[in-house]
Design a protein around this ligand. Structure first.
Ligand code: MF3
Ligand code: CO
Ligand code: CO
Length: 399
């Protein structure tokens, strides 16, 4: 619920259910910028009791605003922003030295997960408990054949969920709509969207637009012709996580952005091609950096690839930049991600006040691709590889 900040007895609005003074607004109505009259409540109880009848007012508004750009109204009054991990949201755009032209938009209320879905340990309270304490933060696990089989299944679901998101990308949809598709496809597959409530992350995937490097929060911003958007999906199924992302073109994108996205795709392909037993983890950064630098692009240093399995993030840590100090060699049975973030300008990143959104320091664009990989006896198996059903969204794959 959205508290309008007024004292309960000073409010000019009355509760839509019991007519007492009301100082709480239905969050969905606030998001849709619907009138406060009839959408104000005195308490959570009255809101809950009214829900079955009240919710119908959203449907009509939703239908008329979708695709019309109505959510692009720059008037931020009454809108909700994710301010900080685990903290309340604010109705004001925070003050910040924004690096580019992108701004945060309101985020929708938390999506629900049906009772039959197996939850990771952060789902309820936002705090991962096993992950930070695990010895797998220091030793790289060799998965058993049974664990590997579960990883294959989970990673295939993650791929199908990402593909479902890719199919809806077009100018006019919001990143919140992408999140809805990811959330619903994940649950339809019987899986949990791993980002949801991970360290209080408020949504089911990350959507990173233009100058956002990673961990963008899906919100009410409408995708515009010429944008690029990365969608990062992780699902939790049968006790293991599968993690991948891709960067998509929204409508017609300028040539420099096309070059950036293609170069980033190639960086990941080249990195995957060296994966085999005996290869040093630090070589991944050399290969990626070499390819990015040749196209005069830079490599993000603050975010790395990671081990994955029963834990979302564990050892090894895999930097994407050159001359990194990561020790160790790859062994058959290990599973980890490689997820290079490549910038059109400088490599440096900044953090938005929401505590999640990483942006380029110069406001120029950034692209990313990610796969979950298994080291095999002979090389590598890409657990999140494209499927024959994957949508045709990258022109360079149509030869
Ligand atoms: N999927 C991201 C990764 O590749 C992690 C997202 S965590 C979240 O590691 F909380 F930001 F969703
Ligand atoms: Co990852
Ligand atoms: Co990811």
């Amino acid at each position: 619920m959205v508290d309008d900040g007024s004292e309960p007895n000073q409010s000019s609005l009355s509760c839509a259910r019991c007519s007492k003074p009301a100082h709480l607004q239905c969050p969905k109505c606030v998001l849709l910028k619907l009138p406060r009259e009839g959408a104000s409540f005195c308490s959570q109880e009255c809101f809950k009791e009214s829900w079955s009848s009240h919710k119908s007012v959203h449907m009509k508004a939703n239908a008329s605003s979708l695709g019309t750009g109505a959510a692009g109204d720059k008037n931020s009054e009454g809108w909700l922003y994710c301010l900080k991990k685990g903290q309340a949201r604010t109705s004001k755009l925070p003050n910040f030295d924004w690096t580019g032209s992108l701004r945060p938009y309101p985020i929708s209320s938390k999506r629900t997960v049906p009772a039959h879905i197996e939850l990771p340990d952060w789902a309820m309270d936002g705090i991962p408990k096993i992950e930070p304490e695990s010895s797998l933060q220091h030793v790289v696990e060799i998965k058993t054949p049974e664990q590997i089989e579960r990883m294959r299944e989970t990673c295939k679901i993650a791929r199908e969920v990402l593909d479902a998101a890719a199919r809806i990308i077009r100018p006019g949809i919001t990143t919140d709509e992408i999140d809805r598709v990811v959330h619903e496809a994940t649950i339809a597959a019987g899986a949990y969207p791993s980002p949801l409530n991970y360290h209080f992350f408020p949504k089911s995937c990350c959507t990173s637009v233009n100058e956002v490097i990673c961990h963008g929060i899906p919100d009410a911003r409408v995708l515009e012709d010429g944008d690029i958007v990365n969608v990062d999906v992780t699902v939790y199924y049968k006790g293991v996580h599968g993690d991948l992302n891709e960067t998509y073109f929204v409508g017609n994108v300028d040539e420099e952005s096309q070059k950036l996205v293609k170069c980033t795709y190639e960086c990941l392909e080249k990195a995957i091609s060296i994966v085999k037993p005996g290869m040093r983890f630090r070589e991944v950064g050399e290969v990626i950096s070499r390819h990015a630098t040749r196209s005069s692009m830079s490599v993000v240093k603050s975010y790395c690839g990671h081990g994955i399995g029963e834990l979302f993030h564990c050892a090894p840590n895999i930097p994407h930049y050159e001359r990194n100090k990561t020790v160790g060699v790859m062994k058959a049975g290990q599973t980890f991600t490689i997820e290079p973030m490549i910038n059109a300008g400088v490599w440096r990143d900044r953090m938005w006040p929401d505590g999640w959104t990483a942006v380029t320091a110069d406001g120029k664009r950034s692209a990313q691709f990610e796969h979950t990989l298994l080291v095999t006896e002979t090389g590598v198996e890409n657990l999140t590889a494209r499927l024959p059903t994957s949508p045709n969204v990258f022109p360079w794959l149509n030869v």
